[in-house]
Design a protein around this ligand. Structure first.
Ligand code: ADP
Ligand code: MN
Ligand code: MN
Ligand code: MN
Ligand code: MN
Length: 378
């Protein structure tokens, strides 16, 4: 199968009307489901501000009533890899009214927190060391079948506690690897086309497991880019006749777990001698109430990310829930890791390895900054 160029079958058709297709992308109360609805406007929006506010009926909202009419406010605009330019993808957040965000709209809180990082001449709080927060997220996922099981999962044949598939090519332990790589490659191209800040990808360790990286993005943009990248992957998976799962423990009990490492830096951490600021942030993080943080790293109602971290045979790969540890280099069981190159350079960023692959990036970025910079959880 040739690499699928992102794009609709008929996308070469000349658009005689000059009208532009906008695919609105938004979340529901789960903060995991991604929904879309498409509309047509008369001309190409120059920026997200040109995209009209819209309304939508959302089911199973937080009040658990059957459905409620909500308002979609466009917050970020991307090129549309499915219809091609000038058509757009429009990330929206969800409001109950023009003034009141929905209770699952974590973007609003995240924006407020990021704004607190600006120097305040009145209180004198938050000096330069906190400026320009950058985030990068390593998004792991599984390619799954209709039953929700990783496509190539075959416990009769393989012992997943001993198999290592990380970074491997042409591997016999996954008959599905060709299709999966095509999906991953198409996703890569589609994200680049859209302007979603994808930075890399790799095959992961589990059966039919892959990873890509988003970032670095400044502030709240990390959420816009990560959710849009998930949307594009779901859409491409439809075309391939498979599904993708961002659940952190799709098959409890076996080593099929998926994380979403959260990488972070401020401008001072990236400048010469930045390690000092990295160490300070990690110290602040270690003194914070870990349970508060951890809650914000997992939007699932049944603490599925905790199951990931407590699962068997994973001591070497994932941190413990209750224990805060940090280290340089390949200590991948640590809570917070400083990459070896960062240690060598004396500047850069650190990663918190606790968020699950299902993380809500707005909530996770928000709580990390509040813990390690603003000290809200001391
Ligand atoms: P790992 O070695 O943990 O597997 P990856 O290469 O998968 O690392 O991911 C590294 C992540 O760090 C990427 O998401 C990237 O965007 C992010 N990143 C790189 N530099 C910075 C930085 N200065 N600040 C924040 N995040 C960064
Ligand atoms: Mn309708
Ligand atoms: Mn990685
Ligand atoms: Mn990984
Ligand atoms: Mn990592």
């Amino acid at each position: 199968m040739a690499t699928k160029e992102p794009g609709h079958l008929l996308s070469g058709i000349r658009n005689r009307t000059g009208k532009v297709i906008l695919e609105y992308v938004f979340l529901n109360h789960t903060r995991c489901d991604i929904l879309d609805q498409t509309r047509v406007v008369d001309s190409e929006p120059r920026s997200v501000g040109d995209c009209p506010i819209w309304n939508i009926n959302l089911w199973n909202n937080a009040e658990q009533k059957d459905s409620q009419e909500m308002i979609l406010k466009p917050v970020a605009m991307f090129e549309n890899p499915f219809f091609h330019s000038p058509h757009k993808l429009v990330m929206c957040d969800v409001w109950v009214s023009m003034e009141t965000p929905s209770d699952f709209n974590t973007r609003v809180g995240c924006t407020k927190t990021m704004n607190r990082l600006d120097f305040d001449p009145v209180t004198g709080y938050c000096p330069e060391k906190a400026r320009e927060p950058w985030f990068g997220i390593e998004q792991e996922y599984y390619v799954i079948n209709d039953e929700g099981i990783p496509c190539s999962y075959d416990p009769e044949k393989f012992n997943y506690d001993t198999l290592v598939m990380y970074n491997h090519v042409g591997h016999p332990h996954n008959k599905n690897v060709g299709l999966e790589r095509e999906l991953s490659s198409s996703h890569f191209l589609a994200c680049l086309y859209a302007g979603v800040k994808i930075g890399g990808r790799n095959r992961e360790n589990g059966p039919s497991q892959w990873e890509y990286q988003i970032g670095p993005c400044e502030g709240v943009a990390i959420g816009d880019h990560l959710y849009m990248s998930r949307y594009i992957l779901h859409r491409l998976a439809e075309t391939f006749g498979v599904r993708v799962s961002f659940r952190p423990a799709p098959l409890p009990g076996v080593r099929t777990i998926a994380g979403g490492h959260l990488n972070f830096s401020t401008v001072q951490m990236r400048e010469e001698g930045g390690t000092r600021y990295i160490m300070h942030a990690i110290e602040m993080l270690s003194k914070s109430h870990q349970q508060e943080l951890f809650k914000c790293y997992d939007p699932s109602p049944d603490s599925e990310n905790t199951k990931r971290m407590e699962s068997q045979n994973t001591e070497h790969w994932i941190p413990k829930v209750e224990e805060f540890t940090f280290g340089v280099g390949l200590k991948r069981s640590t809570t917070v890791r400083i990459p070896k190159l960062v240690d060598m350079d004396g500047r850069g960023y650190f990663e918190d390895r606790r968020p699950g692959s299902n993380m809500d990036p707005y909530a996770a970025a928000d709580v990390l900054v509040r813990a390690c910079i603003l000290g809200d959880f001391l």
